[in-house]
Design a protein around this ligand. Structure first.
Ligand code: AMP
Ligand code: MN
Ligand code: MN
Ligand code: MN
Length: 298
């Protein structure tokens, strides 16, 4: 079913999105999504809310997360889908991955203070729905609010990317650990937005080979951050490396995101959709009537 309107990548206020899990579920439904996953960065505390909201509005649901990984001196994102959110090793691993964010944010604020941008830590924290998950996105929102830049993209370009004053090197989870946490919790690991890393062909080969070696099984082919040429490239990559294909908008905010929930091209017919690997892990939505909320999924 490659034509299913699945959106298996987006963010709520529990990480760096601006909508609640409930608002996202309604928005996904309104935009024609039928299978949904909330994939907050390094955090699964929104999963029960998302599953309940999905059930209430009649959306099928897969659990989701997007884990930050350090690989070859770059940050790579690994999406996990269809895992058991009660798995202790996964929860512990994510808690360790989140651990360094606060200190990193203080160092980012120190870097920005040196160029005259004051109180950025407190400023960014005001935008963080979850203080444990303070991220560059929250700094970017603060710097748009205070008029430093016109939009968050400009903030990233001028201040928050490698070599810029607010950028701080950070060590995230290892690829092996991230893939293991997901798979041992019964889920499927997926390489997020592969065109965004700027790897050479050899580096990308290393990523794909090691990912598969650790048990990774999927790759995002259709994502909000891929051009149509990049989608074609990664359609070939998925086939060549025998990886299942995922589809997700990476929606963060109605004001900032270029790609709406569910507003994506379909997966090419020759691809194996990632949801075919975990049919039994899909929680079926209710019929959309409020009468059906009496027994929502846990
Ligand atoms: P962090 O996990 O704190 O490093 O923040 C990463 C988040 O920042 C990503 O998940 C995106 O939401 C956002 N982001 C990263 N790079 C950019 C960019 N160049 N332009 C806009 N947003 C970005
Ligand atoms: Mn993000
Ligand atoms: Mn990402
Ligand atoms: Mn994302």
């Amino acid at each position: 079913m490659n034509t299913l309107n699945a959106d298996l990548h987006c963010h709520s206020v529990i990480s760096d999105g601006t909508l609640t899990p409930e608002e996202l579920a309604l928005r996904a439904k309104a935009h024609g999504v039928t299978l949904w996953a909330l994939t907050d960065h390094d955090e699964i505390s929104g999963q029960a809310r998302a599953a309940t909201a999905a059930f209430t509005c009649g959306l099928d649901y897969l659990t989701g997360v997007e884990i930050s990984v350090s690989f070859l001196d770059k940050t790579v994102h690994i999406v996990g889908l269809g895992f058991d959110a009660d798995n202790t090793a996964l929860q512990l691993g994510l808690s360790q991955t989140r651990g360094g964010r606060s200190l990193r944010a203080q160092e980012m604020a120190d870097g920005l203070a040196k160029i005259g941008i004051k109180d950025a830590f407190q400023g960014a924290l005001r935008f963080a729905g979850n203080p444990n998950l303070i991220s560059r996105t929250h700094f970017a929102r603060f710097m748009v609010e205070t008029g430093v830049c016109k939009d968050t993209y400009e903030v990233f370009r001028k201040y928050l990317t490698d070599g810029k004053p607010g950028y701080v090197e950070h060590r995230w989870a290892s690829l092996k650990n991230a893939v293991s946490w997901i798979t041992q919790a019964g889920g499927v690991a997926v390489i997020a937005h592969p065109a965004r890393y700027g790897f050479s062909a050899n580096e990308e080969f290393a990523l794909l080979s090691e990912f598969k070696g650790h048990g990774g099984r999927g790759i995002e082919v259709v994502t909000g951050s891929h051009s149509s040429a990049e989608t074609k490239t990664y359609t070939h990559t998925a086939l060549e490396f025998d990886l299942a294909a995922s589809r997700g908008s990476d929606f963060h905010s109605p004001d900032e995101s270029h790609t709406e929930l569910g507003a994506l091209p379909p997966l090419a017919p020759q691809l194996v959709p990632v949801w075919e690997l975990m049919r039994s892990r899909i929680r079926r939505g209710g019929d959309g009537s409020t009468a059906n909320t009496a027994n929502p999924p846990r």
